[in-house]
Design a protein around this ligand. Structure first.
Ligand code: CJ6
Length: 156
């Protein structure tokens, strides 16, 4: 089983969240948080901070804290995506389009779940109210969740 360690970062400013429209690659055409691969020799926290800067232009201030741990598997495929979800403690700058992502602020009530990965509608509500979570989602292709588990946790 091939495993990939990836990050996502919640950039939340009051009642609005910064999301990015993925212009190419995996998840192209979907809105998502900013994130990417954890490179060799990198901590996941640093990788999350790096990806926010690369993909949105924002500087993370005060580091990130882990809020979620998600595992994704795909029916009939032998790879597992382990996505660590962080929240930025603070940030500065103006969001700027990158090669990968077109950033946009969304009010929480307007988050475009129909144009996002199907798992998001399960764990975003916990993340947006400051909760911590662990989840496993087993997909058939990219649009159908065959089964999943999701629990709120006290700490990592
Ligand atoms: C570098 N990216 C970061 C985000 N990521 C995913 C995946 C995902 N579901 C999995 C079925 C695909 N759901 C969200 N929200 N993000 C994949 C890799």
């Amino acid at each position: 089983l091939t495993r990939k360690l990836l990050t996502l970062a919640l950039i939340k400013d009051g009642q609005r969240v910064l999301l990015g429209y993925k212009k190419r690659g995996f998840g192209e055409g979907k809105w998502n948080m900013f994130g990417g691969k954890v490179e060799k020799g990198e901590t996941p926290e640093y990788a999350a901070i790096r990806e926010v800067k690369e993909e949105s232009g924002l500087e993370v201030i005060g580091g990130v804290e882990q809020i979620g741990d998600l595992e994704f598997t795909f029916d009939g495929e032998d790879f597992l995506m382990h996505v660590l979800v962080f929240q930025a403690r603070g940030f500065s700058g103006t969001p700027a389009e990158s090669e990968e992502m077109r950033p946009q602020w969304y009010q929480i009530e307007d988050i475009p779940y129909s144009k996002m990965w199907k798992d998001d509608e399960f764990w975003y509500p916990i993340a947006l109210r400051g909760g911590k979570f662990k989840g496993k989602f087993h997909f058939q292709g990219h649009e159908v969740i065959l089964n999943h588990t999701l629990e709120e946790v006290e700490h990592f």
